[in-house]
Write a protein that binds this ligand. Sequence first.
Ligand SMILES: NC(=O)c1ccc[n+]([C@@H]2O[C@H](COP(=O)([O-])OP(=O)(O)OC[C@H]3O[C@@H](n4cnc5c(N)ncnc54)[C@H](OP(=O)(O)O)[C@@H]3O)[C@@H](O)[C@H]2O)c1
Length: 302
Amino acid sequence: MKINRDKIPLQKGRLAVVTGANNGIGFHTTLGLAKVGYKVIMACRNREKAESAKSKIMQVIPDAELEIQQLNLSDLDSVKDFVNRFSEQYNKLDILVNNAGVMTMSGQKNSKGLELQFATNHLGHFALTSQLINYMPDNKDSRIISLSSIAHKKARIHFGDIECNNDNGFGAAYGQSKLACLMFGDELNRRLKRSGKKIRSIMVHPGVSDTGLFNEMSWIQSFLFKILEPLLTHSNRDAAMPTLHAILANDVKGGDFLGPTGMLELKGKPGVAKRSEYSKDIGVAEKLWDLSEQLSGIKFIL
Ligand SMILES: NC(=O)c1ccc[n+]([C@@H]2O[C@H](COP(=O)([O-])OP(=O)(O)OC[C@H]3O[C@@H](n4cnc5c(N)ncnc54)[C@H](OP(=O)(O)O)[C@@H]3O)[C@@H](O)[C@H]2O)c1
């Protein structure tokens, strides 16, 4: 798997939507795409933060084409509004990066009472993809990227207990949400292939990097994280590389799962990532798809 960014032809005229583009990995994904000429819609919940991120990118690439659009993924009405605004302005989308994510240990829920990480990280992106996919040309350069995590490896989908009340494992609900992102991307790939479509669904994980994701850590966790950071993490720029590979490399196939290939997959050059046996279970993926349709009230038709 190789991309030589100096040799990538300018991607002028191509359009990407990046969710959570204002910070961390989404910021560097947006920067990387702007560098090769993509127009990027920065789909962010906080306009002020998005404006600040946009001006940082414009300082590096003064002719970057960036547009900010408000999107709160934990609220399906906001997803619908975002898609309505998109459809008024555009009739084509080349790349969708389902990047935004939240990690919380405080049992937060969305306005409908659904566990916040499942609602935001998975269900919001499920709803967004189901609607934006209609604007994607049916060719191999149309790609949907789903951000998972190595946290998927110990996780299960707790059908009937999405809150994970009966799983006391540390970060069980976050792990579940990231497993759902991986299994959704995989199931989407299978369904695209079954319906004869060429659009590619690719899953990635970034390894570990110090981003806003860890803002809720206790002081002792933050202290330990800071000590171990040089050993365990890579930069936010490097953490965005699996995503950029999934978008820009020619030899990436639908259903591939990419991530860093260094020690314990925490950091390093992007390549093929390892995944749990559970995450390959087609029966579970289909059940998750049905549950997602039921919870979102959306029939996802390809
Ligand atoms: N960093 C890591 O080590 C790591 C490891 C594995 C996987 N990941 C995954 O990588 C992705 C990017 O995360 P990150 O590490 O870059 O964290 P981050 O710096 O916190 O960025 C997350 C982005 O998601 C946005 N977001 C959160 N809730 C949202 C909502 N309800 N609606 C719309 N946007 C929302 C955030 O917006 P605000 O700025 O407004 O909060 C922010 O822009 C996530 O999917 C995460 O699960 C990260």
